[in-house]
Design a protein around this ligand. Structure first.
Ligand code: ADP
Ligand code: GN1
Ligand code: MG
Length: 365
């Protein structure tokens, strides 16, 4: 636990610190919810330490986040939205005016107002939530499409270059740092058998059939906050990987996290299946705002869920082979459970691909 009172003093809080505690279930950053007294009212803020092992250049991350959130706020204000500051993250400035502060140990911190009356879901509860989440992520892509100025920084190069993720797995197998490879032959073979799938979208990007766009790149369900009363998508969060990318990986990650019958790390995978009703809600929600996709992108919507689930499984397996250095874990075989779960869901998606394509075609018609 960091000294959050000391961290709070680095920002222009205009309120008095009361307490802070660990918050959320993200796999990457250290997130704290802090309570303050603001002239007699209790208000909450999020303080976050950026994981600089994952993001090698946290200041570049904050330059992106600051640009994107200022753009979003300007758009919301121009539309006359009465709760613009609840509809986008906004950075509380540090004393030097920067959207981040650096502590005595060199950690980079940021502070956001806590978005009240809304929450993210690790597991989806109904089709309406799937629809609203997808609609919000589509709207976010549309919003970033008219961002002017320089290209955003690539905060993690080749983040969704699936063939390179497969290469990283092969390197981890060869190095076998913690002696786990021998026991993982079925999982390694599962990934290798799908090498052709891994390159399908990157090939289409390279040929120009699919355009580069500014995308979120981490559209798991718990990275959008839904209104607790109405389920409306209120605010897209976790903007660290918002950068040039491919719209299909964003849609795919919604499928990965909102269409399975169980959560991402459930070790009991024999029953895992695809909720086609959830998938249909995602397609309809996404297409209601993402009205800019070309034919090639539309043709791969159903496949995209399988691709990123495969990629994510490969990443969990690679991290397990490397000794669990990237994703936060809560138990010794957590990454292995996650990998097996993702690969089981890939198999389920393969069995449902035609049905999913049919749903996409119907939605387009
Ligand atoms: P990570 O990269 O580790 O996933 P996130 O930015 O997604 O970190 O934050 C972790 C969790 O904290 C989120 O899933 C969400 O529940 C919560 N959270 C983050 N920012 C806010 C905010 N401004 N208001 C309310 N909750 C937030
Ligand atoms: C991480 O940060 P979080 O928990 O929202 C990861 C995603 C993975 C996801 C798997 C920067 O997302 O790429 O898909 O875990 N984020 C980063 O749950 O690597
Ligand atoms: Mg997150």
């Amino acid at each position: 636990m960091h000294d959050l009172r000391a961290i709070s003093l680095l920002f222009q809080m205009r309120a008095d610190f009361i307490e802070a505690h660990d918050y959320g279930s993200g796999h990457i950053n250290d997130t704290y919810c802090a309570t303050y007294n603001q002239a007699g009212h209790v208000v909450r803020f999020i303080h976050q330490r950026i994981n600089h092992h994952v993001f090698k250049n946290p200041i570049a991350v904050m330059e992106n986040v600051s640009r994107v959130t200022r753009h979003a706020l300007a758009n919301l204000l121009a539309q006359g939205n009465p709760e613009a500051h609840r509809r986008t993250l906004t950075c509380i400035p540090a004393h030097d005016g920067k959207p981040y502060a650096i502590d005595a140990d060199g950690n980079v911190w940021r502070t956001y107002p806590f978005i009240e009356g809304a929450r993210g879901y690790d597991e989806i509860e109904c089709n309406e939530q799937a629809y609203q989440a997808a609609k919000a992520f589509g709207a976010f892509q549309k919003l970033t499409a008219d961002l002017t100025g320089e290209r955003l920084h690539e905060t993690i190069p080749d983040f969704h270059h699936t063939p390179k993720r497969l290469e990283a797995l092969e390197a981890a197998v060869r190095a076998d740092h913690v002696g786990r490879a021998a026991g993982l032959q079925p999982e390694i073979a599962f990934a290798r058998e799908r090498a052709t799938d891994c390159s399908r979208i990157t090939d289409m990007l390279a040929s120009g059939a699919i355009p580069e766009r500014v995308t979120h790149n981490d559209t798991k369900l718990n990275n959008v906050l839904l209104d607790e009363a109405t389920a409306e998508g209120i605010c897209v969060i976790d903007l660290d990987t918002t950068m040039p990318g491919c719209a299909l990986y964003d849609f795919g990650d919604m499928v990965r996290t909102a269409a399975p019958t169980t959560r991402e790390d459930d070790p009991n995978v024999t029953q895992i299946g695809v909720r086609l009703d959830r998938f249909e809600a995602l397609v309809k929600g996404y297409l209601s705002t993402a009205d800019f996709l070309n034919q090639a992108e539309l043709s791969q919507l159903a496949f995209s869920g399988k691709l990123i689930t495969l990629e994510c499984g490969i990443r969990f397996l690679t991290d397990y082979l490397n000794g669990d250095t990237y994703f936060k874990i809560k138990r010794p075989d957590h990454n292995l459970d996650r990998c097996r779960n993702q690969f089981a869901f890939v198999t389920a998606l393969e069995a449902n691909l035609d049905a999913m394509d049919e749903i996409v075609q119907r939605a387009i018609r």
